[in-house]
Design a protein around this ligand. Structure first.
Ligand code: C5P
Length: 406
């Protein structure tokens, strides 16, 4: 049921816009309050009068309308909703959302909102597969936009078939219901996530690092926040945008990451995904090390970094109720992960084989190793791994008393 839920539906200009009328009807049948913003192109496909009739409310269309802005401004419109749904989401509106362009009411609302955003793309298959759209969708997903579809099927253009059909209203409705069923499952919980690589200084210019992109860790932080957890993401240097609704602490070296994690305690759950450097340079040079062929190449003395996962798993009063580690391995992944779970003292290990190019990729094949056994998850997008893990965390914390907030 969606009783009392406020939805803001942004209808952009695609042939699938006609399906919105049915979507609105179904959302309202479940008790949702649906307000609509119609783009100029959207109006070409569905009339404001039909939308107003099915929503039972006036339709918002103009960023510069004196009456609209007097009654309810775009900022308020953006923030009053519990969920902003963009359906159909054309290639054009996705591109504008990615770039932060706000040249009409719909895009201004999407830029101004601090609420979760769900998008149901609809476009020609070639447009969906164009590298520009691929990049935009990946970027928006990293920022926490949830995508429903598109589906594969017949296109509006006669004889064309491909990915790009908008998901049917009944399935969009299910996605919205699933979203609301999940939202709030981790309300009142505190989560710490580490992500990305660490940089260990050699001198003021050079450092030792690794290939972690941070995609999986950032996606997990976003997924926990979407379930309502007060989430702190302690991130090494990455090229990723901050996930929506997450407090981000940027660090470079392992020791700073450990300090930031400790500072973020108490927490109910810690998910340590960062690829922390095992070693750092014992004494980083204060000045840039100069090449001197008479002396030969410098020798770097390494010392071990603190193990953040082991430290947060240590059995003391501040230990989060659930500590989850990651294990990137090449070969015998599950066996190594089982051993790692015991040696580190954490509750779960998410193991993945990185031999096959997981670094920087969009998808991941993982195994969840717990005290109860091993679950092999099928290959899936990193965002899906994140969502599924967040759901499992919510299940595991059910009935566990929450840590008091400091
Ligand atoms: O020992 P290994 O690096 O393979 O373990 C991986 C797991 O341990 C990951 O969850 C990683 O975030 C964590 N880790 C850590 N601090 C380290 C090394 C690894 O938190 N110094």
């Amino acid at each position: 049921m969606l009783e009392g839920k406020k939805l803001l539906l942004v209808i952009s200009g695609g042939i699938a816009a006609y399906k919105c009328l049915e979507l609105i009807r179904r959302l309202r049948e479940r008790g949702a309050d649906v307000r609509c913003v119609l783009t100029g192109a959207g109006e070409r496909f569905v009339t404001p009068l039909s939308v107003a009739t099915v929503t039972g409310q006036r339709v918002f269309r103009d960023l510069f309308s004196p009456t609209d802005e007097n009654e309810i401004g775009h900022i308020e419109l953006a923030r009053e909703a519990d969920l902003v749904l963009v359906a159909p989401a054309t290639a054009n509106i996705l591109a504008k959302m990615t770039a932060g362009i706000a040249d009409d009411l719909a895009t201004a609302v999407l830029l101004a909102t601090d609420k979760p955003v769900m998008a149901a793309p609809a476009m020609n298959g070639r447009m969906w597969e164009h590298p520009a759209t691929r990049a935009n969708v990946a970027r928006l997903a990293e920022r926490g936009v949830q995508f429903v579809g598109p589906e594969e099927g017949e296109m509006a253009e006669a004889g064309e078939w491909g990915p790009g059909r908008m998901t049917e209203p009944a399935d969009i409705l299910t996605a919205v219901e699933t979203f609301f069923a999940g939202a709030g499952r981790l309300q009142g919980r505190r989560a710490i996530v580490t992500s990305g690589p660490t940089y260990e200084a050699i001198d003021p210019v050079r450092y030792i690092a690794n290939r972690s992109s941070g995609k999986q860790g950032h996606a997990i932080a976003g997924a926990l926040a979407r379930l309502g957890a007060e989430t702190t993401l302690v991130s090494g240097p990455t090229r990723l945008p901050d996930p929506l609704g997450v407090r981000v602490i940027n660090v470079e070296a392992a020791r700073d990451m450990l300090a930031a994690c400790k500072g973020a305690l108490p927490a109910d759950v810690a998910v340590l995904v960062a690829a922390v450097a095992d070693w750092r340079v014992a004494e980083p040079a204060k000045r840039k090390i100069k090449k001197d062929s008479t002396k030969g190449a410098p020798v770097l003395k390494l010392v071990e970094n603190p193990d953040i996962l082991a430290k947060l798993s240590a059995d003391n009063a501040g230990r989060p109720a659930l500590v989850v580690g990651f294990a990137a391995e090449t070969g015998s992944v599950v066996e190594k992960a089982k051993r790692k779970r015991l040696t580190k003292g954490c509750d779960w290990i998410v193991a993945n084989d990185v031999a096959s190019g997981t670094f920087g990729a969009e998808s991941n094949t993982v195994h969840l190793v717990t005290a109860e056994g091993v679950e092999d998850w099928p290959p899936m997008a990193k965002s899906t791994v994140a969502q599924r893990l967040a759901d499992r965390i919510a299940d595991a914390l059910e009935g566990v008393p929450a840590r008091p907030t400091p």
